[in-house]
Design a protein around this ligand. Structure first.
Ligand code: UDP
Ligand code: MG
Length: 322
């Protein structure tokens, strides 16, 4: 049996989870008590429109629960950032609040961390649960493109992670606005271990991600992690220079051989492909320009409206004050 650790926070982002949060907290506490001497749960209410906040208030009276309420729905990535900036404990375990990250794996994560003296333990999805075929294809394509462009392989990665203070502080040094926890926590490196788990079905409620939300997350992740796409217009341009050169040589040759020019279809095809490529290139540049625009505004990535069991003056890293 590994030694029991002190000073642990479990960070749960919650958006409209009134029906499942109580069960999640009691399950998580049950497993935490097996491997941690002193622990607390920090629930970040990501602007829920149901009674999640009231539920968190109630839970804080019977469990070691603290709460942060964001002023509106900022998205899971911002909720995680808010939580990581708030908690001051030596270890933080990040989980979903719908029990899709199985709590029975928690003791194994702590055991692994102390055994190999790791800074981060990644939860690795063994299978992708009951997802639709189109979702599976889209997510596979995203991970393939992402790893090609960034050399970071996130194929079986998840947000189910245990980080020590060294890793959390390293993560917090990244001050960009476009957040992608899975990628950013992989980017920091450090000594890592992993624990495999099977994704469980959601017991109550449904996934909070819309298709457009997932597409945005994928687009943001790629654009904010790699500038490689900005080189694509250069390659397209080079290709067309070569193509144009061949057409010029052919025209000159035909002129000298007194053959009639028959370039009309070539011109049309060239124009079409060139027009399309120019627009794609402009679009890619526009995507990066938009990201730069968002970053230079330096808006906070979240705003807090209420807290439970936190003392405001104790906070150091809150992005609101950056
Ligand atoms: N979540 C959040 N803000 C959002 C969407 C989701 O805090 O805007 C939380 C949600 O309450 C859950 C976790 O993020 O704890 C994962 O969300 P969900 O289960 O909807 O995603 P999926 O499991 O389908 O990837
Ligand atoms: Mg879920």
């Amino acid at each position: 049996m590994a030694k029991r650790v002190d000073n642990v926070t479990v960070l749960l982002p919650a958006f409209n989870e009134e029906n499942g949060i109580e069960n999640a907290v009691s399950e998580i506490c049950n497993y935490l008590s097996q491997c941690c001497r002193k622990y607390e749960i920090c629930i970040v209410d990501d602007g829920s429109s149901d009674n999640t906040w009231e539920k968190i208030k109630y839970l804080s009276t019977i469990f070691p629960v603290r709460g942060i309420r964001l002023s509106r729905n900022f998205g899971k990535e911002s909720a995680l950032r808010a939580g990581l900036e708030y908690v001051k404990t030596d270890y933080v375990l990040i989980m979903d609040s719908d029990l899709q990250h199985p709590p029975h794996v928690i003791p194994e994560m702590f055991k692994m961390m102390s055994e190999i003296d790791a800074d981060v333990i990644d939860g690795i999805k063994e299978e992708r649960g009951n997802e639709s075929l189109i979702y599976k294809i889209l997510s596979l394509s995203f991970y393939k493109i992402f790893s090609k462009l960034t050399n970071i392989n996130l194929q079986h990665a998840s947000d189910f992670k245990l980080l020590n203070r060294k890793a959390i502080d390293a993560y917090l040094t990244m001050t960009e606005r476009t957040l992608f926890f899975r990628g950013m926590s992989a980017w920091i490196g450090f000594k890592r271990g992993y624990v495999r788990y099977k994704t469980h079905e959601r017991l109550v409620g449904s996934s909070k991600w819309s298709t457009s939300g997932l597409i945005n997350l994928a687009r943001n992740a790629i654009i904010s992690f790699s500038s490689s796409l900005l080189h694509v217009p250069t390659y397209i341009g080079l290709f067309f220079c070569l193509f144009a050169f061949v057409v010029i040589v052919e025209s000159v040759y035909k002129k000298f051989m007194n053959q009639s020019a028959e370039g009309f279809p070539t011109v049309i095809v060239m124009l079409g492909i060139l027009g399309g490529s120019i627009l794609i290139s402009l679009g890619i540049i526009g995507e990066y320009l938009a990201k730069i625009y968002e970053e230079v505004k330096r808006r906070p990535t979240y705003l807090i409206s209420e807290e439970i069991n936190y003392v405001k003056s104790k906070r150091k890293n809150n992005s609101n004050s950056r």
